[in-house]
Each structure stands twice: as C-alpha cells, then as structure tokens.
Design a protein around this ligand. Structure first.
Ligand SMILES: Nc1nc2c(ncn2[C@@H]2O[C@H](COP(=O)(O)OP(=O)(O)OP(=O)(O)O)[C@@H](O)[C@H]2O)c(=O)[nH]1
Ligand SMILES: [Mg+2]
Length: 481
C-alpha cells in the first residue's frame, strides 16, 4: 500500500512546478491563444519607434517595410550556403510583414568597407530597386553605421540589415514584461551608434577643424547628445528592470531546484517545432506558427514521465544563424533556463534543407552563453515530411538521437520513454522504518525521490525508496525498532 502524500507536500510541489505567468486568466482557456489574432492584427505596426516615443526626433530607421529587395555578400562556403542564407533572410523579412520583391547575392572576398557591396554593384542595386518599386533594401549581415548611410546614399531607399530585421521581429513578438524589456534594451544598444547626424554631418559642416568646445558645437549635435543621454538613461532603467525580473525567475527556479523538480528544456532553431512538441507532450495550448520567432517568452509546463515522475518542461526562444549579439546578451536570463535544465532536447527540423547547419548554429549560441556542456539529446522533428535519407543521416551522426513528428505523434511515446530514462534518478536505494512522528520524511521521499513501496506497520512506515544522499542520511538516522 502506498502512503498518501500529505496535502502540504503536494501543494508545495505543485507550486514549484508552476510558474505564475502560466496560470491562464479567468476568462481565457489559455492566454496564449489570443496571441495569434492579436499578433496578426498588430503585425507591421510596431517598429523600432515605439519604445523611444519619449526621445524626440531621434532619426533612426523605422522598419515600416513594405516592398523589399534582399542583398547578400557571399564570402565563403558554397553557392548553396549563400542561397540558403538569403532564403532565410526572405523568411525573416516576410515574418516582419514585408513583401520580398527580389534578392541578389554578390560574390566578394569580403564586404566592401564603404558600401557593403561595392559602389558599382550598389548602382546596379539602385536599378533593381527602382524596377521593383521597392522601398527598402535588407542586407544579409550586420552593417556598420557608415556602410548603411553610404549604401543608402546610392540606392536612395531605406537600408536595414539582418540585425535590425531580427530586432524588429522580436519587438513585434515580445509579450511578457521581461521579453519586452530585453528587446528594447537590445534595440537601443543597436541604435546608439546609428543616431543620425552624430559626428558625420556636423563635423563636415564644421569643416573638420576647430578646437571643439561649446562655441563650435552646432545645435544639431547638442540635440543628439541629449538624445544619447536619454537613451543611456533608459538603457540603465531597462537593465535594472531586467535584473529585477531575473531575480524573480531565479527564485522560482531555485525553489524548483530545492524541491528537486526535474527539468527539461526544449531548445533549437526557430521554426523547428519546439512549441508543437511542448503541446504534444503536455497538451498545453502554446502558440504554434509557421513563422520565425513565434515564441519569445519562456513557457514552463508540467509533465510526467511514463513511470510517473513529475518534471517541468520549458519552451524557449528559437535561435537563428547570426543571432544579433545584443539579443543573445539581452536574452541571457531566458537562455539560462536552458543552461539549468537536467536535460535539453535539442529540436531540429528534419525536413529543412540544412539541418546540420541549424544544429551547429544553435550549439554556437549555447556555447557563447556557457551552456555548451549540458546534457543534450537531438530530437529530429517533422519526421512525417522529412526525407528518409536525411533522417537516417542525422540519426547516425547524432548519438542517441530520436526521430519524431509533433504533428502525427509518431515517435512521441518513444520520446517520453527517452525522457524518463535520461532524467537523473535519485542515486540511493534505501529501506527504512520511519516512525509516524517523522512523517515529513515520507512526504519528502514522495516529492524528491521515487517511492517504491510504503507499508504501514505498528512501528511506523516501512519505506522502500530511491532518494538523494541527503535524505538517505536522514532516513538512516531514524531510530530503528
Ligand atoms: N509537418 C510537420 N510540421 C510541423 C511539425 N512540428 C511542427 N510543425 C510545424 O512547424 C511550424 C513551426 O512550429 P512551432 O512549434 O511554432 O516551432 P518553434 O520551434 O516553436 O518555432 P519558434 O517559436 O518560432 O522558434 C508550424 O507551422 C508547425 O505546424 C511536424 O512534426 N511535422
Ligand atoms: Mg515556438
């Protein structure tokens, strides 16, 4: 007979398993479900401007993208790699709400320091832009502020880079306070050196000479200094806010750790199917969308292994190649969720043309945040539509990997068993007679470990369980009859 778990212990574990923001609102089945409509309606409205409404007249690139022409510089790797990167840029632009008119790749040793693609090519690009009736050029890389300005002078439409595009998508998709603050901070870091007029137009006006000082400083420059100062102040405020929210998250995670709740994190390239898998495994109604960066806020749900062990499973922000460094930094606390998990399921889209490149990109980011060493299992998703040859190639290359389909449910039972086997088990198997006066120890065995049997006898509960070393010691210390 199994000893019933005390209500207090049960509650404690339930609290630890649950994150406050997961509790659906009173009038919604699942808060996330409204997301989709709302997001579709809001698409393209927000840009870099929203977070800075209080900084007057700062001229930065508002991403009101409508018709865009993409341009990539192909410096290394195969032509296929370059095309895949541009195809991804197209997907990003579409996610941001733009219509992609055309895309060009320029073969170069390295990007041109002045105009990224070189002045001759820039003139050609100008023609393509005119023909397409485009209003924006999106470059497949991170351009220096002066490259952006120079290229803009030639093509005479707005020029943005991959980083700005990703930041824009993040800004559109961020939902939680923490997510919004993280994106706003990354946007400001990106924007700061790109404030127009800073240095460049003013110093030209000044003829480059003069000893500086108040007398020679133009009104424009003073204005930009004010803007810069305001941005610095806002950034400091955001950093404090993020740190505060992080503390709250850390406390919750610490609580889960103290209660020895097992944790699994889903990580992987954007659009790999992480949220779909979370829904499959837990029945959670998390937003799934065929769009890049559908998920920005970490969602933690509870689940149970087939053998009945409870664990938490966290859905996380997707990665992409050349994820802007500022974003990685800003989202660090979110990514820490992955670093702290007992087990990471690295989800990869088996139907993607370059799954290996995606695996590598994700590992690069994980290594960058110091999460490269955690236990990782590759889950090849979308097995229903993947090429069987690619599947077997991946399964052979990645030791201990597993193929599943979140859509059809294929392989999901095996994945559940997998999780059960891979989640650490309490190390010590113990048999002890626990006097009724020490019933708390029995509750702890239920919460922290695995109770194999619990028999009520006259002297107390005869407990057989697998527990951690600390609890094992406490149980051994019980006075034996
Ligand atoms: N055919 C097929 N499609 C799938 C499968 N799993 C997910 N998808 C689709 O892939 C797209 C992305 O799924 P998501 O679960 O939103 O992917 P994600 O990894 O959470 O993406 P982000 O949150 O954007 O990083 C959606 O259109 C899903 O319907 C699968 O097993 N088979
Ligand atoms: Mg998702």
């Amino acid at each position: 007979m199994t000893h019933p778990e005390g209500p207090a212990a049960r509650q404690q574990r339930a609290d630890a398993l649950m994150d406050e923001h997961l509790v659906p609102g009173p009038d919604s089945f699942d808060g996330e479900q409204y997301d989709r409509e709302e997001r579709a309606a809001l698409r393209r409205v927000t840009g870099l401007s929203t977070e800075l409404a209080d900084v007057t007249e700062v001229e930065y690139r508002k991403l009101r993208l409508e018709r865009v022409v993409l341009v990539g510089v192909w410096t290394s790797g195969s032509a296929d790699d370059a095309e895949a990167s541009l195809a991804e840029l197209a997907a990003l632009a579409e996610t941001a709400g733009a219509l992609v008119c055309d895309g060009v790749i320029q073969r170069r040793q390295k990007p041109d320091p002045a105009t990224y693609i070189g002045s001759g090519k820039a003139a050609e690009l100008r023609e393509i832009v005119e023909e397409a009736g485009a209003d924006t050029v999106v470059c497949d890389g991170e351009l220096s502020p002066s490259q952006l300005v120079h290229l803009e002078e030639v093509v005479r439409v707005k020029v943005v880079d991959r980083t700005a595009l990703i930041l824009d998508i993040f800004a559109q998709h961020a939902k939680s306070r923490e997510g919004k603050a993280q994106v706003a901070l990354a946007q400001m870091q990106y924007m700061l050196p790109r404030l127009r007029g800073w240095g460049q137009s003013m110093s030209r006006q000044m003829g480059g000479g003069g000893g500086g000082g108040m007398a020679t400083r133009g009104p424009g420059e003073t204005k930009i200094e004010t803007d810069r100062r305001q941005i610095h102040e806002r950034m400091a405020k955001l950093r404090r806010e993020i740190a505060q929210l992080k503390t709250g998250r850390d406390i919750k995670r610490e609580e889960r750790r103290r209660n020895r709740v097992l944790s699994v994190a889903l990580a992987g390239y954007t659009n790999a199917g992480k949220s779909s898998l979370l829904n499959r495994l837990t029945g959670a109604g998390v937003l799934v969308e065929n769009a890049l960066f559908a998920t920005l806020d970490t969602t933690v749900r509870r689940a149970e292994t087939p053998s009945g062990r409870p664990y938490t499973i966290a859905d996380t922000v997707g990665f992409v190649r050349h994820l802007p460094h500022h974003l990685v930094e800003a989202f660090r606390s979110t990514i820490d969720e992955v670093a702290d998990a007992h087990l990471v399921l690295h989800v990869v889209d088996g139907s993607h043309p370059e799954p290996e490149a995606q695996l590598a990109s994700v590992r690069e980011v994980l290594a960058e945040v110091g999460a490269g060493e955690i236990r990782e299992v590759v889950v090849v998703n979308k097995a229903d539509v993947a090429d069987p040859d690619v599947l077997s190639r991946l399964l052979a290359a990645e030791q201990g990997s597993i193929a599943v389909s979140a859509r059809t449910g294929e392989g999901i039972e095996a994945l559940r068993d997998f999780i059960d086997v891979l989640l650490p088990r309490p190390e010590v198997e113990i048999e002890a007679m626990v006097p009724y006066s020490q019933g708390g120890l029995v509750s702890r065995a239920h919460t922290e470990g695995e109770v194999l049997s619990a028999e009520h006898t006259e002297q107390g509960t005869l407990l057989k369980a697998r527990v951690g070393p600390e609890l094992a010691a406490a149980l051994r210390a019980c006075p034996q009859p």
